[in-house]
Design a protein around this ligand. Structure first.
Ligand code: FAD
Length: 380
């Protein structure tokens, strides 16, 4: 069993960490999709964060899942919303590159280079966890399709040039397909979706009103829901890791605070209450991190990892949320103020319990893999 990082992995980890600690932590309190940190995002793109999963021929880094996980974890120390945006762009381009052809691949390459941006649109107002039953339709015409429907809670929607939109193809197909749509097309209306956190991620709704698209917009005849699910098995561990990155940064800041701050004549770090609380959350963060990396290692080795991904997705963001909350309280009134940004981190990290698969559904997957499909309480 090998837990060490290679020299290259250590170098990548410290490059991202150093950048994030200097340019993101403490700088991000007012970031949103209007006051967007283009300079920081561009720097990160120059470091390769929008090409983590694309091959070198596409301009990407071609990282295996564990190394990509190290990058997401370090980015999460800085800003969870910005990391979520990068992950969603990466998931979309990976699907587009792997399943698309010439035009689609060119779009993926431009996103990888930071010239254009993309979002991944699956969720609808009436279908989230049950995304397989989506209502958006793509009706075949003589020279393409007409798309109609509504997508909601989409990361990057207000910032993106392109949308990878999943819709049910009508006509003979009756199957879910992925369509690469220029978001400036007639009939597309994008509205911001106000949320509790992650304001910088450009969270939004996409209203699709009889949008005529050419036949080439469809990226493949393969079922796009299955494509997405294959990607989710890794992305769930990446989300876990950037949530844990935020938790680790909070624990590091709290250790410093507890040694600096005195109460009743002694540093807070000398009292057993704060010591034990910090120790317990550090233990849980370390345990959750190991599960996330084990999931990614299995993915890289080509081993089954669906159950591991579901375990890490329900567990790690929950640990991260509870860790950040504990760190906030350990900072006293400063924690509750905007001075340290822990409240913002808590709001950002909370969304990660839901994004890419809410907790109960992850436990259903674990149960399905443990007991078998015949024990599912719904018809599937
Ligand atoms: C920050 C954030 C970013 C997101 N970004 C994107 C994006 O870029 N693209 C995209 O397509 N979507 C995105 N989403 C949407 C996300 O994927 C969905 O919110 C998620 O899949 C859950 O669906 P839902 O919100 O409709 O919850 P629901 O499906 O309505 O579930 C509500 C609650 O019920 C539980 N539940 C659901 N089904 C069952 C069941 N059978 N048994 C027991 N419990 C159940 C869930 O665990 C959850 O707690 C994002 C969401 C968030 C919060």
């Amino acid at each position: 069993m090998e837990f060490g990082l290679t020299e290259t992995q250590q170098m990548i980890q410290s490059q991202i960490r150093d950048y994030v600690l200097e340019n993101v932590v403490g700088e991000n309190l007012d970031w949103d999709d209007v006051d967007f940190p283009h300079d920081v995002y561009d720097d990160l793109i120059d470091m390769g964060v929008l090409g983590l999963h694309l091959p070198e021929e596409a301009g990407g880094e071609g990282f295996e899942p564990v190394t990509a996980g190290l990058v997401y974890e370090e980015l999460g120390r800085g800003d969870v919303g910005l990391t979520m945006l990068a992950l969603s762009e990466n998931l979309a381009t990976k699907i587009v590159w792997e399943h698309g052809d010439g035009h689609h691949r060119e779009v993926a390459e431009r996103v990888c280079a930071g010239e254009e941006h993309i979002c991944f649109a699956l969720t609808e107002p009436d279908q989230g966890s049950d995304a397989r039953n989506l209502d958006t339709t793509a009706e075949p015409t003589d020279d393409g399709f007409v798309l109609s429907g509504e997508k909601t809670a989409i990361t990057g929607a207000t910032l993106a040039d392109w949308g990878l939109i999943l819709a049910r193809e009508t006509g003979g197909a009756d199957d879910i397909r992925g369509y690469l749509i220029d978001l400036d097309s007639d009939g597309i209306d994008i509205q911001p979706y106000a949320g509790l956190g992650c304001e910088v991620s450009g969270w939004g709704q996409i209203f699709i009103d009889d949008v005529e698209i050419p036949a080439e917009a469809r990226i493949s005849e393969e079922n796009a829901f299955k494509m997405a699910m294959r990607t989710f098995d890794k992305s769930r561990a990446w989300i876990a890791l950037y949530a844990l990155g935020a938790a680790q940064q909070s624990l590091d800041e709290t250790a410093t605070y507890l040694t600096d701050r005195e109460a009743m004549g002694n540093p807070l770090a000398s009292y057993q209450g704060p010591q034990f609380e910090h120790a317990e959350w550090q233990t849980r963060v370390d345990a959750a991190r190991l599960k996330a990396y084990q999931t990614l290692w299995k993915a890289g080795e080509g081993e089954p990892h669906t159950k591991d991904a579901a375990m890490t997705k329900w567990y790690a963001p929950e640990v991260a949320v509870d860790t950040v909350r504990s760190c906030l309280v350990l900072h006293g009134h400063y924690g509750y103020s905007d001075d340290f940004g822990i409240g913002k981190r808590l709001q950002d990290v909370l969304g990660q319990q839901i994004a890419d698969g809410a907790p109960h559904v992850q436990k259903l997957i674990v149960a399905r893999e443990t007991f078998g499909r015949e024990y599912l309480s719904y018809d599937r």
